[in-house]
Ligand binder design. Sequence first.
Ligand code: CP
Ligand code: NVA
Length: 318
Amino acid sequence: MNKDFLSVSDFNKADVMHLIRLAIAMKNQTSWKTAWDENYANGYSKSHDIKGRDKHLSLIFDKPSLRTRVSFERAMQKLGGSSTFLSKDEIQIGKREEIKDVARTLSKMTDVIAIRTTSHNDLKEFANFSTVPVINALSDLEHPCQALADLMTIYEKFGKLDDVNFTYLGDANNVSNSLAIASSLVGMSFTFCGPIEFSLNDIIIDQCHKLNSDSLQIVDDPSLAVKDADVLYTDVWASMGDETSIEERRPLFLPYQLNSDLLNITNKKQFIMHCLPAKRGNEITDEVIESENSIVFQQAENRLWIQEAIMNKLINRY
Ligand code: CP
Ligand code: NVA
């Protein structure tokens, strides 16, 4: 297995399904062995356990966070370990010190490192120099922990991932990239629908097609994209760092807003998802995010459980 978790594609389908089952077992406080038994059937070795006693997590965050920071810190505490949070101003990577020096220093003092930064290339450079596992806590390219928490949430609702029709509306960003790759990996149908100027890029499309030629669809018309969907997902129209462009983006994105008119196109029960934070009145209306089919806080909670499972796997290297 890969040392790091920088992209959803660092795991294979069996890894992802195992992590989801393990996270659900931990959440439901059932014996972790239940998850392990299924896992064993998939050919995993018997050698791993849930353990993080005395392990230490370093968090390096260049950007704001609520869910990711708290869920990582709490997950490590639940595993029996501890954590240190390091903000942009403290380390000043690239200014006070080079990435490769920070990576090698922290590797001597810590067992796993979670990084939230703009540049995915910086993340890769850091991971190359780190001797301990590095986890992508959000980059410009991907948000893989979010995607696995989202798959876990869908699995909780449907008891399966294949045969689920998932539609993402809005901006092709770190979240949609990871969700598109994750869907292709596990065989879930993923429909992207957003302004052509902000659509999925060719690298992500190729990556999805290589994993599964049938999973990804790109649809222009929002009414067609939502018609057969079981799950509707959206994220902000301008990600952290791009917020100043929101006024010029709004007219382009407005047709893709998750609102009750769009939901009324079908009578089907459709779950509403959003990674949060949300800009109500932009990508989603207050009415829709507060509706009974909204599962946004279940998603938020699942960050905790899936990251506990991810760190357990990476630290214990099974
Ligand atoms: N969804 C998510 O990553 O939230 P934060 O930015 O608050 O961590
Ligand atoms: N796409 C958003 C996700 C926030 C969790 C951003 O990068 O700001």
